[in-house]
Design a protein around this ligand. Structure first.
Ligand code: UGA
Length: 469
């Protein structure tokens, strides 16, 4: 089939490459000419394991091309996937749909033959219906339909998640559209991937419900971590124990600094805002609490770090390991790690950040921080080391060697993923979130967490939230 993929960010670039990989002729479209040029040369504009190979193979085969022209896209494709961003609005917690709307407005005048427009971006429920009406107005008489087919890929596993998804969810208003999408995904359906065919509103809601559930799991375990800290109990053992119950499951119960990125934080806020518009805001009022618990982990981490640094950051050199919102990605959007680094810098600390892939993006957002070429350089002379993103690289560090470069061998593992015994044996004082803390001199037992703006739309200038600014 001849498909176009409009928007070539994390979602679109991966979708375009993977659709070509399963045998379709694909034209990727983006308004950013630099990005189009890079992709056409097989160079992903961001770090995503496996993407380079699938991109170069399919650009090389001639099945995958890129353009900036929506006219060319309209002429080329029978199915147009819309993969543009839906960030949080600057002035409210709701989703900013201007990129989605702009695609429809710009594509409509060029449509002249039967086609299906398939949204993949995460949108508020009701968007398909709204875009369908808009398209009827802008392209009257053209045989076209809008369907919604949300994407569930995770950064770091995007290629694998696209080629071997857990499920395909497709919301259409007609059998014809449903059949078209079954044909697009035929190789996956033959491989046994479950296909949920439904109406567009349900498909739109499935996506935000899934992300809300994942966010809820993370905030639940982080709330337990705080209780564990107060009670002297161990949240990792607790998560293992409840995770053995197959009704609960162990995944997404890693306690720590909480969730960030371009999806979970803004999706739960947009969902709550949309539910409010629909008059059912109270039904999902718990999402504000999920958001608040999540933002609290950043404040909690800063407060614990300050205690470990001796009650002040002024005059202290702090090493930060990790800048991205998760490992195996260079994405720093709403990164909890960077938010903590920025807050410590604002409070007078001299912060040296290392990240295996995210330094360029981090520097673009926070040029005032210092960036190190490797973990040892970040740790040199440090009064305190903070482990804020759980890259495998940090698990493999040699704690004995690092102990010789820091000023004080003291580390806060805010992701609960380092082998604490190994670090302690090498002479480190190790504090982790929600795990029993060994005594440290006259460290106060109780950590006072200042109240912050927390949930909903974070206040401008609050370094603990790097939400869209
Ligand atoms: C998330 C969803 O997992 C995907 O299914 C979805 O397609 C995607 O959003 C999206 O809407 O596009 P992603 O943002 O790539 O994917 O990241 P996750 O793997 O979900 O992690 C999100 C955050 O939660 C990270 O900051 C991670 O460190 C944190 N996390 C995750 C925890 O703190 N604890 C956990 O147990 C798991």
């Amino acid at each position: 089939m001849r498909l176009t993929v409009i928007g070539t960010g994390y979602l679109g670039a991966v979708h375009a490459a993977c659709m070509a990989d399963i045998g379709h002729e694909v034209l990727g479209v983006d308004i950013d000419a630099g990005k189009v040029r890079a992709l056409a040369e097989g160079r992903p504009p961001f770090y995503e394991p496996g993407l380079h190979d699938v991109l170069t193979a399919n650009v090389g085969s001639g099945r995958l091309r890129f353009t900036t022209s929506l006219r060319e896209a309209a002429d080329f494709g029978e199915v147009h996937f819309v993969c543009v961003g839906t960030p949080q609005r600057r002035d409210s917690p709701a989703a900013d749909l201007r990129h989605v709307d702009a695609v429809i407005d710009s594509l409509a005048p060029h449509l002249h033959r039967p086609c299906l427009i398939v949204g993949k971006s995460t949108v508020p429920v009701g968007t398909t219906a709204r875009l369908t009406a808009r398209l009827r107005e802008l392209a009257p008489g053209v045989d076209t339909e809008v369907a919604w087919n949300p994407e569930f890929l995770r950064e770091g596993f995007a290629v694998q998640d696209t080629l071997e998804p857990d499920r395909l969810v497709v919301g259409t208003d007609s059998d014809r559209a449903d059949e078209t999408l079954r044909a697009v995904y035929a190789p996956m359906l033959r491989a046994g991937v479950p296909y949920v065919g439904t109406d567009p509103a349900t498909a739109e809601l499935v996506k935000v419900a899934a992300n809300s559930f994942l966010a809820t799991k993370i905030s639940f375990i982080n709330a337990m971590a705080e209780v564990c800290d107060a009670a002297g109990a161990d949240v990792v053992t607790l998560a293992d124990a409840i995770g053995h119950d197959t009704r609960i499951g162990r995944r997404f119960l890693s306690a720590g600094l909480g969730f960030g990125g371009g999806c979970l934080p803004k999706d739960i806020r947009a969902f709550a805002a949309r539910a409010g518009e629909l008059g059912v805001g109270r039904a999902v009022a718990f999402l504000r609490q999920i958001d608040e618990i999540n933002m609290r982990q950043r404040r909690r981490t800063v407060a614990i770090a300050r205690n470990l640094a001796g009650g002040t950051f002024t005059g202290r050199r702090i090493a930060v390991l990790g800048a991205t919102f998760k490992p195996d990605s260079d994405d720093v959007r709403d990164s909890p790690a960077l938010a903590v680094a920025a807050a410590i810098h604002d409070r007078g600390g001299e912060v040296h950040v290392h990240d295996p892939q995210g330094v360029d993006n981090a520097r673009a957002v926070l040029p005032a921080l210092r960036y190190a070429a490797d973990a040892a350089a970040a740790c040199r002379g440090a009064d305190l080391v903070l482990h804020l993103t759980e890259w495998g690289h940090y698990r493999d560090l040699d704690p004995a060697a690092l102990a010789t470069v820091v000023r004080t061998p003291k580390i806060l593992d805010a992701r609960n993923s380092l082998d604490a015994d190994r670090w302690r044996t090498a002479g480190w004082f190790v504090r982790a979130l929600g795990r029993p803390a060994p005594a440290l001199g006259r460290q106060p037992a109780r950590v006072v967490i200042p109240h912050g703006s927390g949930c909903a739309a974070p206040a401008d200038g609050d370094p603990l939230s790097l939400s869209p600014k």
